[in-house]
Design a protein around this ligand. Structure first.
Ligand code: FES
Length: 334
């Protein structure tokens, strides 16, 4: 057992042997920024201020060797063998909203495609549930383990909307897409995630979604254009087949603005989106651009690599890869 002090959090937390610092922090109610919880996204990147931390293997994309040598770690892959202190890097994401847990009621379940539904949750007496566009929440349906889904609505709406795609063998997604009915109570906890809209950015925006990654992208673009209708937005939605495409009415509505372009890219394996972006911006990205990317990990990695090769700094790529529980290896096992 170790005592860990986190900059910006008033009480030290206790981290048990074999427990990651991130897990201990979340269990203690700390709104620690995080995403994949598997060492792949970099959202939980932190600086070790004192003490020793044991870091399990992580992706080079999430934490480079240079960052590691500079004293940075990923809290989701870090074990504390002695008392230590850390500071997380993405401070702005958590300064906005406190973690909140509330009971909601299913207001509607609306098919979006053959395997994806929109679940709308009414926030009754327990609200409000505040978040920044692009963040996600953990949903607990009756008798099932919690699962993470991104809010598709803008933060100022009275309901929370989620796009849930049926994953073969996935108990929660199968239940949500096939058996969920209005009136069911759902526990919502959050908000989480650091791939959220940066309100201090005023340049062009690349909004890039794969599959049901359209949910956070929809939230970001809706919020952005509500506050700045003149903003240049380049929106891409990659899907596997034409039957997987959705949101056509919303996309068509966006293109009424001369400042917004939208593309729906159909690819057999969902990986073609990065090639389309590389071709579209072969002459260079618009000056001052930021990118928001959400979807399956392979698509997010490929798109992020292309954006990086086109000259976009890592700090201007805000990516949310949709990892499943199967993507989260145990730290102790590694
Ligand atoms: S790398 Fe730690 S949450 Fe993704």
């Amino acid at each position: 057992m170790a005592i860990v002090t986190l900059t910006g959090w008033p009480q030290p937390i206790t981290v048990e042997a074999g427990e990651t610092i991130l897990d201990a922090a979340l269990a203690a109610g700390v709104p620690f920024p995080h995403g994949c919880r598997s060492g792949n996204c970099g959202a939980c990147k932190s600086r070790v201020l004192s003490g020793e931390v044991d870091l399990a293997p992580v992706s080079e994309y999430a934490l480079s060797d240079a960052e590691r040598q500079a004293g940075l770690v990923l809290a989701c892959r870090s074990l504390a063998w002695e008392d230590c202190s850390l500071a997380w890097l993405e401070a702005d994401a958590v300064a906005l909203h406190r973690l909140c847990r509330l009971e909601t009621r299913v207001q509607s379940v609306t098919p979006l495609t053959h395997d994806t539904v929109e679940v709308a949750l009414a926030i009754d007496a327990g609200g409000p549930f505040t978040f920044t566009a692009g963040q996600y929440a953990s949903l607990s349906f009756p008798g099932l383990p919690p699962r993470d889904y991104s809010m598709a609505n803008a933060p100022d709406e009275a309901v929370l909307r989620f796009h849930i795609r049926r994953v073969p063998g996935g108990a929660v997604s199968v239940y949500a897409t096939q058996a969920l009915t209005p009136g069911t109570m759902v526990t919502v906890e959050g908000p989480f995630g650091t791939a959220h809209l940066r309100s201090d950015h005023t340049g062009p925006v690349l909004a890039i979604a794969g599959g049901s990654g359209l949910a956070p992208i929809q939230s970001i673009v809706t919020s952005l254009l509500a506050s700045d209708p003149q903003r240049a937005v380049f929106l891409y939605h990659g899907v596997r087949t034409p039957a997987d495409a959705y949101g056509s009415a919303w996309l068509a509505d966006l293109t009424r603005s001369d400042h917004v372009t939208t593309h729906v890219e159909v690819a057999a394996d969902g990986l073609m989106l990065h090639q389309r972006i590389a071709a579209d911006f072969a002459a260079g990205l618009p000056a001052g651009a930021k990118a928001y990317v959400a979807g399956p990990p392979a698509m997010v990695d490929a798109v992020s690599a292309v954006l990086h090769s086109l000259g976009l700094a890592q700090a201007d790529i805000h990516a949310d890869a949709f990892y499943t529980s199967a993507d989260r290896p145990a730290v102790a096992a590694s």
